[in-house]
Design a protein around this ligand. Structure first.
Ligand code: ADP
Ligand code: MG
Length: 609
């Protein structure tokens, strides 16, 4: 057999490498911004069009490139940042692998203009799919400007794989924020489709955080500082009362590079200890400075994961520093720094006696008493319980098909108690579940999930029809969002309006809300909208839901009555009635059960009848 192994042409090799380095427009943004910083710039601007799919442009005022360097910069493994393997242990620049520009040039149309200090003229190069189309002298100012057009133009599979503009724009904003946050000594601006999104002046770290996330953040920040031999820490954590339901603003920077690290994240989470509930995440913005020889940045092409020589010690230092920060600002006056908090749970001694839990019973309480109470919103007629019986029968087959879970085996014959016992017992358990009695058993209904299902189906309908019931607010409310959230809200504008909200953008990141879905008129509008966006982001990253479904789920979640709310009998009836009018009353869109059935037979058996 003849020899068959060939070296891949450079263009192909670069395209393959690009798969690792440039996954989406945001990756190109990151590489270009980092190059601009490495070039010693103090003013950098980013311009994107069409979520970076049509154009990404980064302009800097750094030291620029000579004509030869400009041409060389697009070669693979061409870098000015390291010279030999030993340099890998003393990296003080963002880049050093020399593959970003080669990768980008392999999959896009790139235009470079660059000029070094003191030269009259600069160099312009146009390169497309790794082929140089044009190289000539040009008139430009000192520094460098890269324009990346039609990213992935020659890799259609990649281009098709990109998400919607709103998602890709948000990835770009994320990268921009990560880079801009830690370099507060550089002025950054960003323009999206011609609109200014950020205009950040040089300043302190605190000023930069506030510049990015909004003025209100100033009062949310608690300083954290610590200087030790192996690491020094400088930055802020968010006060516990501003903790979020999603892992939004969590930033670790090591030697000015944004990194992700679950272990160190845990150190911060742990330092907050009892200050946060289980579903809350602290915000933090922590800059770590470590001797470059004690870390390995080279374990991942995008360099967002790094290895530490002594991760455990760094964990302990971060945890203590954050605790001290919180303690100093009297956020947690009872913190005891000496004690390991995981040992705080009191253990029972063998001599301890265990007390029986006691229950308070209200002997005057009559579950059958009918009181007049405010009805649930959008109450539907509950003529009689037989209607429940019908829908229960109808839907039994659906749930079996929909979700083959334990519920399937528990389906009981849906016979409501007969005429003589017309009194339908409904009982609320633990302010969380509703117990309803059938002839052959009982149903236990999760009140919050039931309401979520009802609202979800209503909102899905409203989104499809394009009109939700809107109620005008007596006093329109002005609400400030972070710039990233404001962008998201703007992207989702027409859908959110279809849900029944009425709002307009005012300035860069404020909105005036003048109408809300009618069933939400009693609620705190700001909180509902913020929850809606938080939930939307969470669903998007974790469940990868479609936009409509995600929005409907998110708003249903934030607007639903919650566990812990006491319900009157009328409210319970109305809730159950609306639930059984739903197309799929038995489970949430994520498959979690809403109803559990208790079979009388099984109960009898358990009691050994
Ligand atoms: P790396 O950053 O890993 O060195 P890149 O492919 O990103 O590799 O860039 C290659 C080289 O091009 C850099 O080492 C640098 O010398 C030069 N370069 C890239 N961008 C700029 C810029 N904005 N200003 C000056 N030089 C740049
Ligand atoms: Mg680089």
């Amino acid at each position: 057999m003849s020899d068959i192994i060939k070296l891949l042409p450079d263009a192909v090799a670069n395209q393959i490498a690009a798969g690792e380095v440039i996954q989406r427009p945001a990756s190109a943004v990151k590489e270009l911004l980092e190059n601009a910083i490495d070039a010693g710039s103090d003013t950098i601007s980013l311009v994107i069009k069409d979520a970076g799919k049509a154009l990404i442009q980064v302009n800097d005022n750094g030291f620029g490139m000579s004509e030869t360097d400009a041409r060389l910069s697009f070669e693979r493994h061409a870098t000015s940042k390291i010279k030999c393997a030993a340099d890998l242990f003393n990296i003080n620049t963002k880049g050093f692998r020399g593959e970003a520009l080669a990768s980008i040039a392999a999959i896009a149309q790139v235009e470079l203009k660059t000029k070094v200090e003191g030269n009259d003229l600069g160099t312009q190069i146009i390169i497309e799919g790794s082929k140089v189309k044009e190289q000539e002298v040009c008139n430009c100012s000192k520094g460098t400007s890269f324009s990346i057009k039609n990213l992935f133009f020659n890799v259609p599979a990649r281009r098709n794989f990109l998400k919607s503009n709103s998602v890709e724009t948000r990835h770009i904003i994320d990268e921009f924020q990560r880079v801009a946050l830690v370099h507060s000594d550089i002025a950054f601006s960003m323009y999206n489709n011609g609109n200014e999104v950020f205009n950040l002046k040089k300043g302190s770290f605190r000023q930069r955080i506030v510049g990015i996330f909004g003025d209100k953040y100033n009062q949310k920040l608690v300083p954290v500082t610590e200087t030790m031999d192996i690491v020094s820490i400088e930055g802020f954590v968010g006060k516990p009362e501003f903790a979020k339901k999603t892992r939004g603003e969590q930033y670790f920077f090591v030697n000015n590079r944004f990194i992700k690290n679950h272990y160190l994240n845990h150190a911060v989470q742990n330092a907050f200890d009892q200050l946060l509930s289980q579903d809350q995440f602290p915000s933090y913005y922590l800059k770590l400075t470590i001797d470059p020889s004690k870390i390995d940045i080279n374990i991942h092409p995008t360099k967002t994961e790094i290895k530490f020589e002594d991760e455990r010690a760094i964990y302990a230092i971060i945890r203590t520093a954050v605790k001290q920060g919180l303690g100093k600002y009297n956020i947690s006056p009872t913190l005891d720094f000496e004690q390991e908090s995981s040992f705080n749970v009191p253990l029972l001694k063998s001599t301890d006696t265990i007390k029986n839990p006691t229950i308070k019973v209200n002997s005057a309480y009559n579950p059958f008493e009918t009181k007049t109470v405010a009805p649930m919103p959008k109450k539907q007629s509950v003529e009689n319980w037989e209607s429940l019986y019908d829908s229960f029968k109808k839907d039994t087959s659906e749930i079996i098909e929909h979700k083959k879970t334990k519920v399937e085996q528990q389906i009981i014959s849906p016979d409501w108690d007969n005429e003589e016992e017309k009194q339908h017992t409904l009982l609320q358990l633990h302010s969380k579940y509703i117990l309803a009695q059938l002839k052959s058993g009982s149903l236990i209904i999760d009140q919050q999930r039931a309401h979520e299902r009802i609202l979800f189906e209503e909102y899905i309908k409203n989104l499809a029809l394009g009109k939700g019931n809107s109620q005008q607010l007596l006093f329109p409310e002005t609400i400030d969002f972070t710039i990233a959230d404001a962008e998201l809200l703007n992207e989702l504008k027409s859908e959110i309006k279809n849900l029944g909200f009425d709002f307009d953008k005012m300035g860069k990141s404020s909105f005036v809300v003048s109408g809300v879905p009618s069933e939400l008129k009693e609620q705190n509008v700001k909180k509902v909208l913020e929850d809606l966006l938080e939930q939307f982001k969470l669903n998007e990253s974790e469940l990868k839901l479609k936009k409509h479904e995600n929005l409907a789920i998110s708003i249903a979640r934030s607007a639903s009555i919650k566990s812990g709310k006491k319900l009157s009998e009328d409210e319970m009836k109305s809730l159950i009635d609306q639930l059984f009018a739903c197309e799929m009353p038995y489970s949430l869109p994520n498959g979690k059960p809403i109803i559990i059935t208790l079979n009388l037979e099984d109960l009898n058996q358990q009691f050994d009848y």
